[in-house]
Design a protein around this ligand. Structure first.
Ligand code: 5GP
Length: 346
């Protein structure tokens, strides 16, 4: 047994120090990015925020709403093949949508069939497992990269620099970072495993960038300020679940409860998700996701404006004219308290 004594940080442990700036308005800030990839020859252009591949958030409707602002979606993996093919064939070239899959033989064969029919319309693929540290996951990445040299592969999840490097060498263009920080995740509670998300981002970004790879910070953002901290810590992309949940685009029924409107949201390893997609929780495993009821939030458009406005404003506070400059201009200060919650937490 070993104990690491280095301090590891979460979003709540820091604030971003303001810096002298010549910017006068947040409208001068450009928060889109352009990326080329280590393995794939594609170029990405857009605002690098991705809706999570959860069946409540990674929907076709969400893709359309986010595309209006140049954001991306990772579609959930439970759509029917015909619907996926139709969606990708109709996808405008300027919109980024990730096809998501696990690493079972069935996942791979479904991808082969959909890709055969949709062709080059599928450029971005997200290979998603709860634990990105296993040999079967790495073997799967090798197989996928060898068969599809042109696609952009995002793979995860991991939280350490050495595994980020490993996945990039194995064929990932983007490594997805986060174990346990999610809003409806109970992994830390059920297993005791995890890593404070801001430190995971800082360490994995450093490792990835050293090799020409990229990272996507996945999970744990609860406010626009957390996105600014994630980008400031070196995240190239950010994936959001809970912040985009509860909206019209979530393809979940709105429920009336005690006179207010509620929308279900649940982890993809929760009992609800497993009942829906896998015929229940298998005997050998525990559910590692929460089921919650959120207040209904209307169209995602307003939430998006808050998120994008917050990130733009963070850039003006540190004098970053482009999102790309934010991490170079970020100095984090450790804090004991960051919010004044005298009138409530929101
Ligand atoms: P959020 O933005 O809601 O904090 O985090 C979203 C992320 O939580 C997802 O992209 C995914 O990585 C993770 N996640 C979603 N469902 C579950 C679950 O049931 N269990 C765990 N451990 N993580 C989940």
């Amino acid at each position: 047994m070993r104990i690491e004594e280095d301090l590891k940080l979460d979003f709540k442990d820091v604030l971003i120090r303001p810096k002298r700036s010549t910017l006068t308005s947040r409208s001068e800030v450009d928060i889109s990015r352009e990326f080329s990839f280590l393995h794939s020859a594609h170029t990405y252009r857009g605002i690098p925020i991705i809706a999570a591949n959860m069946d409540t958030v990674g929907t076709f409707q969400m893709s359309q709403a986010l595309a209006r602002h140049d954001l991306a979606v990772a579609l959930h993996k439970h759509y029917q093949e015909v619907d996926l093919v139709a969606f990708f064939k109709a996808l405008p070239a300027t919109t980024t949508a990730f096809y998501s899959m696990g690493i079972t033989r069935a996942d791979y064969e479904k991808f082969q069939r959909v890709k055969d029919l949709a062709g080059d319309a599928i450029t971005y693929v997200c290979v998603d497992v709860a634990n990105g540290y296993t040999k079967v996951f790495i073997d799967f990445l090798h197989k996928l990269r060898a068969a599809y040299p042109d696609i952009v592969i995002m793979a995860g999840n991991v939280v350490t620099g050495e595994m980020t490097e490993e996945l990039i060498i194995d064929g990932a263009d983007i490594v997805k970072v986060g174990i346990g920080p999610g809003s409806v995740c109970t992994t830390r509670k059920m297993t005791g495993v995890g890593y404070p998300q801001l430190s995971a981002i800082i360490e994995c970004a450093d490792a990835a960038h050293g090799l020409g790879g990229l990272i996507c910070a996945d999970g744990g953002c609860t406010s626009p300020g957390d996105l600014a901290k994630a980008f400031g810590g070196g995240a190239d992309f950010i994936m959001l679940g809970g912040m985009l949940a509860g909206h019209d685009e979530c393809a979940v029924e709105v429920i009336e409860q005690d006179g207010s409107r509620k929308v279900p949201f649940y982890g993809m390893s929760s009992r609800t998700a497993m009942d829906k997609h896998s015929g229940g929780v298998a005997n050998y495993r525990a559910s590692e996701g929460k089921d919650v009821l959120l207040d209904y939030r209307g169209p995602v458009e307003n939430t998006l404006k808050d998120i994008l406005g917050g990130v733009r404003s963070a850039c003006t506070y540190v004098g970053a004219r482009k999102l790309k400059e934010l991490s170079k201009r970020t100095t984090f200060i450790r804090v004991a308290r960051q919010l004044n919650e005298v009138f409530g937490a929101s």
